[in-house]
Write a protein that binds this ligand. Structure first.
Ligand code: PLP
Length: 403
């Protein structure tokens, strides 16, 4: 007899570090998903800001199958054409001159942090190891990245942490001025905090961070794992802010749903990684890079990037209309298609209730902490899907309000 595959099987065989919904999607197309019972959902979550072109975009399916029929894997003993083509495109379209490929956001950040530490030790002095990061920041789940992330609960309880990492409140210039010194090797920040609650940086703050890094010979690392590849309406968010980092990390939408991460930097900084200093078996594999190259070509056009700003307007208008009726949000914030609807006093701590109610109404949304409902849909979602999704969201809001 064949095994029943349902949510109960998760509890039986999976490590219990996630608590997935009972819904098990089996198929996706564009911004729609279907579950095992053929129930259909509109996807405003996009796999947490990953599926930038929706599900099973024909061009990505084509890139995957074409490359899948040619060559999947080589390891970094050999290079490959898709990796070189993708790296060239990243370099041509950003401040960066060099690229390191890996498989996830955490790995890209791990590489960035190791690079910043080694660069400071090689070029300055052995004590230049301080890393400054921000409360509520999120950079991944390896031990180094979770320590640099701004939620101690994610890094506590695993024994001694990587040292010399300090946190200050986001947008707090005075705190940074006080903490940064010549022993600082790097400041790491998201140019819009995602997991921490969709919090935008003050432009003057980001400019000052850049200046303070320059004054103290510290590298500025922008974690663009969530904000990158068109999410905020610019190819990378730093371009919209007009402040250039020394190291940038990218993942999530980079592969349009196929795992890949990248760390971008200048030639001068990149020289610090000599042969053997860092590496990854799968990083830059031809399959991931072929899909990512196609996703990159499709996203990096004026139509798609301007379309993100148009879609942000649709979301904001329709969220405002829902809020005018039900009065549940204090604020709608974020940029592009990284949007947070912040619950007002009356609904504090209940973001998950909205997420559950939305799923009941046939809509996938996300939360960002306990008080923010987060929307990170496909960057090319149609107006009809946004409208219908928002109708379902209105039903979900009505349910929560009535409960
Ligand atoms: N950095 C940021 C800003 C993120 O939002 C995330 C994931 O949510 C990560 C890093 C970690 O990426 P991954 O889960 O691919 O390791």
């Amino acid at each position: 007899m064949s095994q029943t595959v349902d949510r109960a099987l998760f509890d039986e065989v999976m490590v219990p570090n996630y608590a997935p919904s009972a819904v098990i999607p089996v198929r996706g197309e564009g911004s729609r998903l279907w579950d095992q019972q053929e129930r259909e959902y509109i996807d405003f979550a996009g796999g947490i800001a990953v599926s930038c072109l929706g599900h099973c975009h024909p061009a990505l399916v084509n890139a995957l199958t074409e490359q899948g029929n040619k060559l999947w894997h080589l390891s970094n003993v050999l290079t490959n054409e898709p990796a070189l083509r993708l790296a060239k495109k990243l370099v041509d379209n950003t401040f960066a001159e060099k690229v390191f490929f890996c498989n996830s956001g955490a790995e890209a950040n791990e590489a960035a942090l190791k690079l910043a530490r080694r660069y400071a030790i090689d070029h300055h002095h052995a004590n230049k190891t301080k890393i400054i990061a921000f409360e509520q920041g999120f950079h991944g789940r390896t031990f180094f990245t979770v320590t640099v992330g701004g939620q101690a609960s994610y890094s506590d309880g695993f024994g001694p942490k990587p040292g010399d990492v300090q946190h200050i409140p986001y947008n707090d210039l005075a705190a940074l001025e006080q903490l940064i010194d010549d022993d600082t090797c790097a400041v790491m920040m998201e140019p819009l905090q995602g997991e921490g609650g969709i919090i935008s940086p003050d432009l003057s703050f980001v400019k000052q961070v850049r200046e303070l890094c320059d004054r103290h010979n510290a590298l500025l690392i922008f974690d663009e794992v969530q904000t990158g590849v068109g999410r905020t309406g610019a190819l990378y968010a730093y371009q919209g802010l007009g402040v250039q980092p020394d190291i940038l990390t990218s993942a999530k939408a980079l592969g349009g749903g196929f795992p890949i991460g990248a760390m971008l930097t200048t030639t001068e900084i990149a020289q610090t990684f000599k042969v053997g200093t860092h590496g990854s078996t799968y990083g830059g594999n031809p399959l991931a890079c072929a899909v990512a190259e196609t996703a990159f070509d499709l996203i990096n056009t004026p139509e798609v990037l301007e379309g993100v700003q148009q879609r942000e307007q649709w979301f904001r208008e329709q969220l405002a209309a829902i809020n005018a009726k039900y009065d549940v949000f204090a604020e709608v914030r974020g940029k592009g298609l990284l949007i947070g609807a912040v619950l007002n006093e009356q609904y504090q701590g209940r973001a998950r209730d909205f997420l559950m109610a939305a799923a009941d109404c046939g809509l996938m949304v996300l939360v960002a902490g306990a008080n923010v409902v987060r929307f990170t849909p496909s960057l090319v979602i149609s107006e009809a899907d946004v409208r219908e999704g928002m109708q379902r969201f209105e039903q979900a809001v009505a349910k929560v309000v009535a409960a």
